[in-house]
Each structure stands twice: as structure tokens, then as C-alpha cells.
Design a protein. Sequence first.
Length: 57
Amino acid sequence: MKHKQELDVDFIGGGRPLTKEDEIAISNFIRANKAKHARKHSTAKRTISTSRKKVVA
């Protein structure tokens, strides 16, 4: 069983609000990360074909 170490902090990071440049950099990173993972998952998908018999009455 893994044990998690709980930290006694109120916030993580600097004590200043994000600047517009910080927000843009974070947004660009998230967008690039999503695109990278989307390419990785789209190539991993495979199609499953099934055959269906036609019933003639």
C-alpha cells in the first residue's frame, strides 16, 4: 500500500497573481499537451470489423 505524504501548505507557487504572459504560457502548454496526447491516442485506435449474415426469407 502506498503512503501519501500530506503537506501543510495554504498555496503552491509564488505569492503573486498570474500575469497575462503567465496565463498565455500555461494555455499554450495545455493546448500542446492535449494535441500531443490526441495524436498518440488516435494512432492507437484500431477498427473492429464484424461480418453480418443476410437473412433471406
